[in-house]
Design a protein around this ligand. Structure first.
Ligand SMILES: Cc1ncc(COP(=O)(O)O)c(C=O)c1O
Length: 501
């Protein structure tokens, strides 16, 4: 067999390596096939005008790399032509994924994110605070001060339950929600989202049921789904969860817990009425079902004080309470907390430790000092005023531009207006058109369990500027008006819903 090898005798690469690499290349290209016998060392050395030892070294290199085998008497033969290709094949993980991993991806959610990934939009889809109100200066000053004075402690590991001084501050914050908690039962979290997961982890088994109001927070639905549980939806009206359905549903499905966002709900912006709060607790207690209360927006009230949290009315330690600094300060700081029933605290802390050891000391202490210096109280007052103005601007724009047949609610706090499109329109289709017109919102179906909410849309006012709220609502309403004209009554789009891909 003749080998086509060209040597660069002036080059830096040793001749034996040049020979070996060109043979490897020809093997990989299939020019030299498996089983081929390479030229005898002496013969190849002669044809290349190199020393025999150079060829011996080249063949040794090929042997080391697994490309050839040498046997006395039968010379040097090519062993495995696929070696290089195998090395470069991308590992296939798909078949190894757990059942839980598969359920982590909500195709609806991903499709929506892709659609909304185009920025430059008037982003009424966001569920986040206005960056103009991030307290950058105060946090910058506090962080510098803290790093210099307490840096050694703050950059160390900390308690899985959270920094004691921050837990004291949280106990104090909780009083404004009517909750009298103890530091022993407060657990600092990396966002209340982590709390949803930890509670699920310690309470749920695959096949369990949980009850939640519908619509509900997408992030919670996603967590619960990964635990393989059955989600039982209770409808809502203008006063929140319709409690009349609750007891029957409990008896029928024996839920592990009831998940609810009773105050300035995401996505509806509504609050569970005072009477229903009491009924909910009564029914839950009577049936020995605990409640997971998610309260990220409770401090952001506008016209009146919010109803006290369910946890404030809980005399039997059956409510697990979650809240967060995300909505008042900034989502990116990833700090939330749980007020846990005493019996659960130890196990939640253990789950948190397994999950991520602990939340960062530095950010915890920063927020603690931010609270202790009075900035937090001031921030709440500021954003209440600012977000109320934004809510009013959105409501005014809707009143001015919305076509007939469209309706919406008036949230008393929180981040969202929840609107219903005129008959025959699909929120998904309106969203697609809206994005082309540089306006975004969240289409209702993502907040439901079974393709409901087809005419619902969630409009966020916290993130966008006053000017953009006005402009965005005008564009959106004009669009809805023109889409409405195109559809006749007998084209019922409710059946036409398709996930966006
Ligand atoms: C109802 C609800 N629960 C929990 C969260 C998660 O908040 P955090 O940023 O604290 O994880 C959100 C955030 O949008 C929410 O709306």
């Amino acid at each position: 067999m003749e080998l086509n090898i060209k040597l660069d005798r002036q080059g830096k690469k040793p001749l034996f390596l040049q020979i070996a690499e060109q043979i490897v290349n020809d093997i990989n290209l299939g020019v030299i096939k498996q089983g081929t016998r390479l030229p005898a060392e002496r013969k190849l050395a002669k044809s290349l005008s190199v020393n025999r030892s150079t060829v011996i070294n080249a063949y040794n290199e090929l042997t080391d790399r697994g490309y050839v085998q040498s046997h006395i008497g039968s010379g040097t033969t090519v062993t495995n032509v696929d070696i290089e290709t195998e090395k470069e094949d991308i590992f296939v993980w798909r078949d190894l994924l757990s059942g839980q991993a598969e359920s982590l991806i909500n195709p609806y959610n991903s499709a929506l994110k892709e659609l909304l990934s185009e920025r430059n939009l008037i982003a009424m889809d966001a569920g986040i605070a206005d960056p103009d109100h991030y307290p950058k200066k105060a946090l910058a000053d506090i962080s510098q001060e803290l790093l210099l004075s307490e840096g050694n402690m703050l950059l160390q590991h900390g308690s899985p339950q959270g920094l004691l001084s921050l837990r004291e501050s949280i106990v104090s914050i909780m009083k404004s929600r009517g909750i009298h908690s103890q530091v022993e039962n407060v657990i600092v979290l990396n966002g209340s989202q982590q709390g949803l997961d930890l509670v699920s982890r310690i309470l749920l088994e695959p096949g369990d049921s949980i009850i939640l109001e519908e619509p509900s927070f997408l992030g919670a639905i996603d967590v619960f789904r990964t635990y393989g549980v059955r989600l039982v939806a209770i409808p809502t009206d203008g006063e929140g969860m319709v409690i009349d359905y609750l007891e029957k549903a409990i008896k029928r499905t024996k839920p592990k817990f009831i998940y609810t966002i009773p105050t300035y709900h995401n996505p509806t912006g509504l609050s569970l009425s005072s009477t229903r709060r009491k009924e909910l607790l009564k029914i839950a207690n009577r049936n020995h079902v605990p409640i997971l209360e998610d309260d990220p927006y409770g401090l952001i009230c506008f016209d009146n004080q919010p109803f006290p949290a369910l946890k404030a009315l809980d005399s039997t330690e059956s409510v697990i309470y979650l809240s967060t600094f995300s909505k008042v300060i900034a989502n990116g700081i990833r700090l939330g907390w749980m007020v846990a029933p005493p019996e659960l605290t130890r196990i939640v802390v253990a789950a948190k430790q397994i999950n991520d050891m602990h939340s960062g000391n530095f950010i915890q202490r920063m927020i603690d000092v931010y609270y202790r210096k009075g900035f937090f109280e001031q921030q709440i007052l500021d954003i209440r005023g600012k977000y109320k103005l934004k809510r009013d601007t959105m409501l005014k724009a809707l009143a001015k531009y919305a076509p007939e047949g469209m309706s919406w609610n008036t949230p008393q706090g929180g981040y969202f207006v929840w609107a219903t499109l005129p008959d025959g329109l699909s929120a998904i289709k309106v969203l697609e058109e809206a994005v082309h017109n540089k306006v975004a919102f969240v289409a209702g179906p993502v907040f439901y369990l079974n393709d409901n909410g087809l005419r619902k849309i969630r409009l966020n006012y916290s993130y966008v500027s006053l000017e953009d709220i006005n402009r965005g609502i005008k564009i959106l309403c004009n669009l809805i008006e023109s889409m409405k004209k195109k559809f006749t009554k007998n084209r019922v789009l409710e059946k036409e819903y398709l996930p966006i891909v």
